[in-house]
Structure formats: structure tokens, C-alpha cells
Design a protein. Sequence first.
Length: 314
Amino acid sequence: MIDRVYVGVDVGGTKVAAGLVDADGRILSQIRVPMVSRSSAEAGLNAVLGAVAQASAGSNGIAGIGICSPGPLDPFSGVVLNPPNLPCWRNFALAASVQKLYPVPVKVDNDANAAALAETRWGAARGYKNVFYATIGTGIGTGIIFDGKIFHGRTGAAGEGGHNSVDYRGPICACGKPGCIEALASGNAIARRARERIAAGAASAMLEIAGGNVDAIRGEAVGKAFLAGDRFAKELILETIEMLAVWLANMIDLLDPEVIVIGGGAATLYQPYYEQLRERIPRVAVNPRAAEVQVISAHYGADSGIAGGAALCA
């Protein structure tokens, strides 16, 4: 039998991942089940409950259940409001519904907030109290840790750093703002710029990787071309590093964190240029001690939702 542990749950539009996490942040086991996102609220809840049941099988008592759900949501009440990719839940009391079956503390938060807490408690930012976390993938999500705790703001909606605009004349983000860093530096944004320039005549191995179809170029093609030494892919990444440096300097000037932790799939493209990022940030930051802020890679990768969920309750 396993000693008392936490269950971390990561809810997505198509799957629910859940795992047992011990008090030191080690993921002991995990499972994945389909998410029924376009049916009833009860069907969606049953997918979560089924994942929790499978993940906790064999444990000797669960100390808490933490759930990462797409937002918008209210982390104070555990209510999921109206996430676009989870239409089954509208003003749904997820925490209270799970707690009816499992009478332990149940917390609900978004994945970036939870991952920021896991990195602070157990991961790359262990030992720090003030952390800025960014997950860079198809979009950009962020979490803010102040004095070892998630900063939620007045209504629970704080921490949307990915929708901080760095160019008011830039491309319109999906959120409606112009020039959000998500619209400039996410995996989708890099792929969009690649498609536009290749269509205009830029030479790149990305076109061959995408089967000769410009419209089929995605972030994965940029990554493969970059790893193969493609000059145009390198130019795109270096250009994006400049944008990230301005954005992260803004975050340092606003929040004055001790460390910046970067995770997410697209972050692997930027990792070889972290040194350039560290050098560039102090040049565009007002904070005179910006150079002291480390930029480091996240400890938890694809399992950050499971670890983050558990961290909410640990």
C-alpha cells in the first residue's frame, strides 16, 4: 500500500490525466482517460471521477485532490465558468461535486497557476518565494507566485501574462487585443510568421517537411527545421527571443521576481538561446537588478498539470 498522497488531475478538451503525487512532488503513477467535453455536465464530471478512482487505486488514503481545468474559472469557489473547449461545464461547481464523493480538500485552478506552484514547491524554482512562470506552447500561459502562494488577484483572474501586449500595432490575438506576446511568440505565432514569409518567397526546409503545402506548416515543422540547421528557422527563433526579452523585462519591472521559469513544448526551441535572453533582458528592463533574475527551464514537462494539481493541495 502507498502512503498518503495527493491526486493531481489535468482536464483537457479530449482527455483527463490523473496521477498520484507524494509529498516531495514525485509522480508515483498516472493514467489517462477520454474527456466527454461535449455532452452533459454529469458526463464530464464522471470522466474526472473515473480518472481519480483509477489513479488512487491502491493508495492508503488520499490527502487531497487538485484539479487543473481550462478557464475561465473561479479558484476561490472551485466553479468552472465557461471554458470554450469544455462546453459541458457552464458555472459548474467542480470542486463541490468531486468533494461529494471524496471528502478531502479539493482545489480547482488553471494549469499555469498550478504548474507555477509545483515548480516553486518541488521543481526548478524550489527555494524561491517569488516566481514568474510561463508555459509556451500553442499559446502562452503564466502563473505568478508571491511569498510562496499563487497570486489570484481580486476575482481570481490575475496572471494572464500571455495576453500582455508588447506591440499595439501587432497581430490581433485570439483574445481580441493587438500584439499580445501569445500572438507573437507562441508556437502558433511562430508557425504563422513562417507561413507568411515562405509564401512570400523565403527558402526553408519547413516547406519540404510540410509536404510542399505552405498552409500545413505548424510549430512542429519549425522545430524540425531548426534542429536540422535551417537558417530561416534560426532567424525566426532569434527574432522571437527579442520579443520574449522585452516581455520578460516588463514582467520583471512589474513583479520583481527572484526567478523566471519557462516550460511548455515551444520552450525547447528557445532553450539554446537562454543565454542571449539573459543578456538582453537587463538592457530593456528598468529594474537595475534585472540581471540577477535567473531564467531557467521547468522541471515538470508534459506532466505539469498532474504535479500542479497535487501542489494545489499539498
